[in-house]
Design a binder for this molecule. Structure first.
Ligand code: ATP
Ligand code: MG
Length: 554
């Protein structure tokens, strides 16, 4: 499936159109600013597609900038994983990767400038005192006793902060704005704090680190970002964003615009919660195929195109909403229906013996795609002993069951019509083998005497088929909005991961990890990197049909 061709329209693109029209900007510069404290998830993909997509469509540029002001929570492994994910999604950042920490010297200089202008001060109040002085949404705050410290003294104190003469938590640099502002973020927000932490980029150079609100706007300005796109929770902070830019000597004026976050049903999209899932081992890791992370989706078998198409379809608005998982799956299914070759795999094998079939078997040929001849065909060994799905056989059944029934006929996909003659059972009374006969005149054609054979089932040769572990995944949570629960880990779906010991056709032996494949009648799959040597492991990416709608109604 091709991605939909048309350019999206949304309120941000309308703003950009206007800015270009009025000559406010001549070129568009955006950025994607992840904090390297976790892996990217599908929500980030929305922001990535928006930032890189806008830049590309307007012949502009998009930077990848790590917002790295929290050294204790950050890690170089996250930096690398994030770069890999952005690249895999198909986007190219402009020039080198940037880091907010690249600007620590300049940020320090701007903090000094604010102090010199009497717009920042060092505060030694305790956390408790600061909380009390902050007021509430209903009550104005109270000025700190340190608010009137002289400029010279503040400069000396800030230098001491930088030189490591204060303990963590002993003092903060705060902006002097307005303790009575209706916007809490303007009540003398913190600009710098003391942290004796090793930083993945700057090492031990700094023991003071700038706060997000101070860093982000200045980093945007330094990079010449024209449209700084972020999610709605930063709406109020825009006031602080503008205040900082207005009060420092920097020639450019980036503008912040907010859009709604992506929320997806039956999963969580908060890094804090995703970290918890990994750390408490509810999942196998960040790339567990049930995770909504880009790496989890990739391992599950999602393609970059399908994720980009999903982001296009959900659009960009200011309205918070919850998107159905089936929308993400539909994008993938549409793509794989045309792009995935077919193969046969039996997930719950039941042995059948075709007693009148020659001992030495026969090599058949099967098309790789039912409606695309250019995809060629593959060899398919057909033998006396085969496996079919246990579910595809019944001793007795009504007419609705269009599969194999004792005494009746069914077609084996890409092969002959067979008839079930008798069954053999083990000591527990379970069917162990179904003995069948075949009609040699039915390869690729209907029975000559006009017998109607309705059902078609898939199969794999027992002799040539290869064992494979198949991992079936389902939604990770059994409630649509796990984040709303007291403890979201209590609603993990225990059946979200089921292992099957399957037999697959021999052509799958050397398939590549990234190549999607449809197992006929079963779903779309991909080989997992856990496959090693003779061990084959497949992940079910998505079923053939939307089972969500049905499940949700019941
Ligand atoms: P979390 O809330 O999970 O900690 P975050 O917003 O702090 O995520 P960042 O690394 O700061 O994570 O995010 C980088 C960018 O991605 C930000 O601009 C942020 O607004 C955007 N983003 C994060 N989550 C979503 C989401 N669910 N939908 C859309 N954009 C998102
Ligand atoms: Mg953030």
């Amino acid at each position: 499936m091709a991605e939909t061709e048309s350019r999206p329209t949304n309120f941000i693109r309308q703003i950009i159109d206007k800015d270009l029209e009025q000559g406010i900007h001549t070129a568009i510069q955006t950025r994607f600013p992840p904090e390297p404290n976790g892996y990217l998830h599908i929500g980030h993909a929305k922001s990535i597609c928006l930032n890189f997509g806008v830049a590309a469509d307007y012949q502009g540029q998009c930077n990848l900038r790590f917002d790295d002001t929290n050294p204790e929570k950050e890690d170089i492994d996250y930096v690398n994983a994030i770069m890999q994910d952005v690249d895999w999604l198909g986007f190219k950042w402009d020039g080198d990767v940037r880091y907010s920490s690249n600007y620590f010297d300049q940020l320090y200089g701007f903090a000094v400038e604010l102090i010199e202008k009497g717009l920042a001060y060092v505060d030694f109040s305790s956390q408790e005192q600061m909380r009390e002085m902050r007021g509430s949404l209903k009550a104005p705050g109270v000025n700190s006793p340190y608010r009137d410290t002289s400029v010279d003294e503040n400069l000396a104190l800030f230098t001491k902060m930088k030189n490591g003469e204060f303990k963590e938590g002993e003092c903060l640099l705060r902006a002097k704005i307005d303790m009575a502002s209706p916007f809490m973020c303007l009540r003398d927000p913190a600009l710098y704090r003391v942290r004796y932490a090793h930083h993945h980029q700057t090492g031990d150079k700094w023991c003071i680190y700038p706060m997000y609100d101070f860093t982000h706007c200045i980093s945007d300005a330094i990079e010449g970002i024209t449209h700084s796109l972020c999610t709605l929770e930063f709406q109020d902070n825009r006031r602080l964003y503008d205040w900082v830019i207005d009060n420092i000597s920097i020639p450019v004026q980036p503008r912040q615009y907010e859009f709604s976050r992506l929320n997806l049903e039956y999963t969580v999209l908060s890094k804090r919660k995703l970290i918890q899932l990994v750390e408490e081992q509810h999942v196998a890791g960040w790339d567990d195929p049930r995770m909504p992370t880009i790496s989890g989706l990739r391992r599950r078998g999602y393609t970059p195109q399908s994720i980009r198409e999903f982001c296009k379809r959900i659009g960009v608005t200011k309205m918070d909403n919850m998107v159905e998982m089936s929308m993400l799956e539909a994008c993938l299914r549409e793509e794989l229906n045309t792009d995935a070759n077919r193969a046969m795999a039996v997930l719950s094998p039941l042995k059948i013996v075709i007693e009148n079939f020659p001992e030495d078997g026969q090599m058949l040929n099967a098309p790789n795609h039912p409606s695309d001849e250019t995809r060629g065909s593959r060899e398919l060994p057909f033998t006396r002993v085969l496996y079919i799905e246990a579910d595809d056989f019944k001793e007795e059944a009504n007419k609705k069951f269009k599969r194999l029934v004792l005494g009746k006929e069914v077609r084996l996909r890409n092969a002959y019509v067979i008839k079930a003659e008798r069954v053999e059972k083990d000591e527990q009374g379970e069917i162990s083998t179904v003995y069948c006969s075949y009609d040699p005149e039915t390869l690729g054609k209907d029975p000559a005497d006009g017998r109607k054979v309705k059902g078609v089932i898939h199969w794999v040769s027992a002799e040539s088929g290869i064992p494979a572990e198949i991992r079936l995944y389902d939604r990770l949570f059994n409630v649509p909005n796990p984040a709303a629960e007291d403890d979201f880990t209590q609603c993990i779906n225990p059946e979200s991961y089921v292992i099957k010991h399957a037999i697959v056709e021999p052509s799958l032996k050397d398939i590549a990890v990234s190549q999607p494949i449809q197992f006929e009648r079963t779903g779309y799959f991909c080989k997992d990197p856990d496959s090693q040597g003779d061990k084959l492991v497949f992940n079910r990416t998505v079923g053939l049909r939307d089972t969500w709608a049905k499940v949700n109604q019941s």
